[in-house]
Design a protein around this ligand. Structure first.
Ligand SMILES: [Zn+2]
Length: 128
């Protein structure tokens, strides 16, 4: 088992909570929900950006991972091509994820999750 960092854990919790633990693709709720990145986690520039992640059930996540063109087609439809264009620009940025920054990201998403739990309809803010 790979040890998950706090910044990734809180980010994933916010992405899934934001979607009400419902798969954004098939709308099911009765499966394990996962935080799926559009641009992979290797790209630190958007690894903790809310506009680069969707909540998917385990099955849709696996299907999209195996069929990336299908994923892109769905994303263009779901978010619109404007969103995808902004993301394409954003992922190019250099982002240095130092331990201090990761700590700050973890704190940011921990607080956003708390705010979501306390206020119905609270829209979480993205770290970047
Ligand atoms: Zn699904």
């Amino acid at each position: 088992m790979i040890k998950r960092e706090a910044c990734d854990k809180w980010f994933s919790d916010v992405v899934r909570e934001k979607a009400n633990y419902t798969c954004e693709h098939c709308k099911k709720t009765d499966s394990r929900m996962e935080c799926a990145h559009i641009y992979g986690r290797r790209l630190k520039s958007v690894r903790w950006s809310l506009d680069n992640a969707v909540c998917l059930c385990h099955w849709c996540h696996r299907d999209f991972t195996e069929n990336p063109l299908k994923f892109v087609e769905w994303l263009n439809q779901y978010f619109g091509e404007g969103h995808m264009e902004i993301l394409r620009e954003k992922q190019r940025a250099i982002f240095k994820a130092t331990p201090e920054i990761k700590k700050e990201i973890a704190k940011h998403y921990r607080e956003e999750l708390k705010a979501m739990g306390e206020n119905e309809g609270y829209e979480p803010r993205s770290y970047n």
